[in-house]
Design a protein around this ligand. Structure first.
Ligand SMILES: [Zn+2]
Ligand SMILES: [Zn+2]
Length: 182
């Protein structure tokens, strides 16, 4: 049997994927033993898988951003829980009632800051820092930054929710009108 690519050479192996006969030079190009076409096919498949994995990762981050009314309300609930938990560990003796109320209010906005950072994070190639300690550190930084950007993030998401809600309503009105037009 001769090599599929070289008619003058004796075949020593076959492609693991399609069974084409390959000479020694062709057979040694890829491990496992593959012909040129199958190797290319496999490369394309791998690239496609990597792309869709990247796409689903990005989608996950985009979903994390508050943009519907129900998500906004859910984030408010998270805010109340965060305020209750963090508010309960504040040193009550050394803070006045006003200070306690102020801090608890700030804590309420943390989930909004967190969501905004998660959204911005989707534009960073953070997968390259894959270690656990990096993520622990990152979560800590995220938590602290969330406190500071919580209120603007809340306002941003409030406005965004309002506009998204209006778009949704407009879209559903168009859908309701469509049967009459047909
Ligand atoms: Zn092949
Ligand atoms: Zn060959």
């Amino acid at each position: 049997m001769k090599c599929y690519y070289h008619e003058d050479r004796e075949a020593v192996a076959t492609c693991q994927h399609c069974g084409k006969a390959l000479c020694k030079a062709c057979a040694s190009l890829y491990t496992p033993c593959l012909c040129e076409e199958c190797a290319q096919l496999l490369r394309n498949q791998q690239a496609e898988q990597a792309r869709s994995a990247e796409e689903s990762r990005r989608q996950k981050y985009l979903d994390a951003l508050v943009d519907t009314r129900s998500e906004f309300l859910r984030t408010c609930v998270y805010g109340v829980i965060t305020a209750l938990i963090l508010g309960s560990i504040l040193p009550r003796g050394s803070l006045s009632g006003l200070e306690l109320a102020l801090f608890s209010t700030m804590f309420f906005f943390i989930p909004f800051g967190w969501k905004l950072i998660t959204y911005l994070q989707s534009f960073l190639p953070l997968t390259i820092f894959g270690t656990l300690w990096f993520w622990v550190f990152w979560a800590l930084v995220k938590g602290i930054v969330s406190i500071f950007i919580g209120i603007p993030a809340f306002l941003y998401q409030l406005v965004k929710t309002f506009f998204v809600q209006r778009e949704l309503q407009a879209a559903s009105q168009v859908r309701q009108q469509e049967p009459e037009g047909l």
